[in-house]
Design a protein around this ligand. Structure first.
Ligand code: ADP
Ligand code: MG
Length: 362
C-alpha cells in the first residue's frame, strides 16, 4: 500500500479551558474542521460560543488548551501568534463595513499584492456575490443583505484557510436570510474554507452545518451531522433544542413504564427510576380509523389513547393541535400537515411512533 498523506484539519482546537473571575466558561472544548467543512457551534445564549470564537481568533486567551491551523501551532498558553498573522477570517454580527470606503476598497482592505492583482480578486468575489454593479458604491447605498454580502467578500478576499462567523445572519430580516445563507454556503464550499459558525438558531445550524457541536454551560454535549442530533439526541434538553417536544412521565417497573399509550419497554433503568419519554409533535399521530372502534392493544405501535381537543391553530404548512389526554389529563401536541382544525371538545384517538420516542432518566 502506498503511503497516503492525510492532510491535517484546517482548524484544530484541543481541550480549551477558560474561566472568568473563577467561573468556568469553557471546559474541555475540542474539535477539528477539515477544509471545505462548515461546523456550527450551537447553543443557548451565554453557553460560551463567542468566547470559543474569540480565543480561536486570538482576541481572547485560553487558560488551557491548544489551537492548530493546518497542523501548525497557533497558540497555547505560552506561545501565541497575534490575530492578524493567523490566516483566520472573521465575520461578526455587527460586521461593520468601513463607511468612508467604496465597496471595492472595503473588499480589498486586507489584500496584499499589486493594484491589478487586488482589483482582479475584488472583481471575482463581487461577481460571485452578485454585486459587480455596486463595485463603486458606498456602504450606505446598499441594503442590509447587500452589505452582508460585501462583508462576506471582504472576509474571504485574502483566502483565509479558516473563517469564523459569529451569528452573521441575525441582523437580516427573515425573507433575506435563507437566500443569503444558501449563497454564502455555496461560496464557502467553492473556496474550500473551513468554517466555524456560531449560532443559537437550530434551523440555521441545520441549514448550514456539515457538523453541529451542541454546547451547553461551556461544554460540548453532543456532536454530529444535523440528522444525528435531531434523531438521536443525548438528553431531553438536546431533543428540546431542535423542536417542541412532548414528554410522557412515568416510573419504571420491571423494565416497563405506564403511559397513556400502554406500557413502554424502558430497559436499563432500575425499578422506581423516573423517566421522560420524549416525542416530537409530528410523531404523535391522530388515528382517524379508530374513531368509534375503541382501543386495540395488539396494534404494533402500542395502544391508541383517547384525547380531547383543547385547541387547534393553523400555521401555514401545518396545523398544531393540542389535546388533553383522558388517561391523566396531560396536554400533548401534534402537528398535522396542511389544514386540520377540529373543534375544541372533540374526542379523538392518538397513536405514538414508538420508534421515534427517546427515553431519558428524569
Ligand atoms: P454565547 O456567545 O454563547 O452567548 P459567551 O461566550 O459570550 O456566550 O459568554 C459565555 C459566558 O462567559 C457568559 O456567562 C458571559 O457572561 C461570560 N463572559 C464572556 N465574556 C466575559 C468577560 N470578558 N468577562 C466576564 N465574563 C464574560
Ligand atoms: Mg455570542
Amino acid at each position: 500500500m502506498p503511503d497516503r498523506q492525510i492532510p491535517p484539519p484546517r482548524l484544530e482546537v484541543h481541550a480549551l479551558e477558560r474561566q472568568f473571575d473563577g467561573v468556568p466558561v469553557l471546559q474541555d472544548v475540542s474539535f477539528a474542521i477539515p477544509a471545505g467543512q462548515v461546523t456550527c457551534l450551537l447553543g443557548p445564549s451565554g453557553c460560551g460560543k463567542s468566547t470559543t470564537l474569540r480565543i480561536v481568533a486570538g482576541v481572547d486567551m485560553q487558560d488551557r488548551g491548544k489551537i492548530f491551523v493546518d497542523g501548525n501551532l497557533v497558540c497555547d498558553t505560552v506561545f501565541r501568534i497575534p490575530p492578524e498573522r493567523r490566516a483566520i477570517g472573521l465575520m461578526f454580527q455587527d460586521f461593520a463595513l468601513f463607511p468612508h470606503l467604496s465597496v471595492a476598497d472595503n473588499v480589498a482592505f486586507g489584500l496584499s499584492g499589486t493594484g491589478a492583482q487586488k482589483r482582479a480578486r475584488v472583481e471575482t468575489l463581487l461577481k460571485r456575490v452578485h454585486l459587480s454593479r455596486h463595485i463603486d458604491s458606498f456602504p450606505h447605498e446598499l441594503s442590509g443583505g447587500e452589505q452582508q454580502r460585501v462583508a462576506l467578500a471582504r472576509a474571504l478576499a485574502p483566502k483565509p484557510g479558516v473563517l469564523l462567523m459569529d451569528e452573521p445572519f441575525s441582523g437580516l430580516d427573515e425573507r433575506l436570510r435563507d437566500d443569503i445563507r444558501d449563497e454564502t454556503l455555496a461560496l464557502l464550499k467553492e473556496e474550500g474554507t473551513a468554517v466555524l459558525l456560531v449560532t443559537h438558531d437550530p434551523h440555521e445550524a441545520m441549514r448550514m452545518a456539515d457538523e453541529i457541536l451542541l454546547m451547553r454551560d461551556g461544554k460540548i454535549v453532543q456532536r454530529g451531522a444535523p440528522y444525528n442530533l435531531y434523531n438521536a439526541p443525548v438528553d431531553r434538553a438536546a431533543a428540546a433544542f431542535f423542536s417542541d417536544i412532548n414528554v410522557l412521565k412515568g416510573a419504571v417497573q420491571g423494565a416497563l413504564t405506564k403511559t397513556p399509550f400502554g406500557d413502554f419497554l424502558t430497559p436499563g433503568h432500575p425499578d422506581g427510576t423516573q423517566v421522560d419519554i420524549v416525542i416530537r409533535p409530528q410523531h404523535l399521530k391522530i388515528d382517524f380509523d379508530r374513531a368509534g372502534r375503541g382501543p386495540n392493544p395488539t396494534v404494533q405501535d402500542g395502544a391508541p389513547a383517547r384525547a380531547i381537543v383543547e385547541r387547534a391553530r393553523f400555521m401555514g404548512r401545518e396545523s398544531l393541535v393540542e389535546f388533553r389526554m383522558e388517561f391523566d389529563g396531560q396536554i400533548l401536541r401534534t402537528s398535522v400537515p396542511n389544514v386540520f382544525l377540529p373543534k375544541p371538545g372533540t374526542a379523538m384517538w392518538l397513536m405514538i411512533r414508538r420508534d421515534r420516542c427517546f427515553v431519558f432518566p428524569s
